[in-house]
Design a protein around this ligand. Sequence first.
Ligand code: AHM
Ligand code: MG
Length: 337
Amino acid sequence: MSEMRTLGEFIVEKQTDFPHASGELSSLLASIRLAAKIVNREINKAGLVDITGAVGTENIQGEDQQKLDVYANEKFKAALEARDQVCGVASEEEDEAIIFNKELNKNAKYVVLMDPLDGSTNIDVNVSVGTIFSIYHRVSPIGTTPTAEDFLQPGHKQVAAGYVIYGSSTMLVYTTGNGVNGFTYDPSLGTFCLSHENMMIPEDGRIYSINEGNYIRFPTGVKKYIKYCQENVPEDNRPYTSRYIGSLVADFHRNLLKGGIYLYPSTLSHPQGKLRLLYECNPMAFLMEQAGGIATDGINRILDLDPQELHQRVPFFVGSKNMVTKLQEFLEAHKDN
Ligand code: AHM
Ligand code: MG
């Protein structure tokens, strides 16, 4: 049996990948690990809410029951603030970036952007949800109040990114730009253990993941690509298959392991696409490229986009190299409609 490595050990071991590393990023990742455990514990109890008191009512201690996405946001923010490695956080749950005011935080060199609980509508039905995070060096001088420029950096500047999937088991998957590694949570030990070392997405895949309910409003290139998947059979003679959970983290994770493409194009209700560039698409794009795949908005590499605002949305196509390349051929051929 191979030796067990915990996430904590792995982070420390990999610290030497960074010349002059002072352990601050390791400490930051440790705060994410801690918040993930706390959120995981709460999500696992979610089904009990109906028994112990519905959201919006008081629980047994007389405290208000919080919605889980609000809860996750609070826990991640608190964990990130506590270790003094982060000067500010942007979150899907917050209109504006949160600046940590403690002196030690002002002297920190990192900002974090996150979606604390993505796909949260899936919680009520016991389907996987996730946390997505993206880490940058601030560009403003250390010791000053962070500025908008700290948060609006292109994705290729990310120092680290990852997600937690709260699924049939809970996993934390992350990259610091030296490959992608996945850790599975052992609840009896309270520890994430290395289970997926150096994850690479297959170059070819058979799975396409898209909300086909929006089909009529898709750009022509996307429609043609879906028809292509439905009418053709890959070289291995097994037909394409459609899988869509409606939780980006879960759809992405499955495709990363099995090979596939995830698509969220522009639609009638979301003309710029639905997913957010800074805390959904950029971190997933960083992970995907590190795993050998491609992430694009249909024209540009996601990681090259220059963000204009915190909650900006973009069309998002991400997955196996050959599948995304094929999609791009259709988008290019039909780019005028
Ligand atoms: P959310 O951040 O409000 O949860 O929305 C993001 C989610 C993704 O996880 C998922 O892939 C997508 O929205 C599903 O959208 P749709 O229901 O339109 O298919
Ligand atoms: Mg989200």
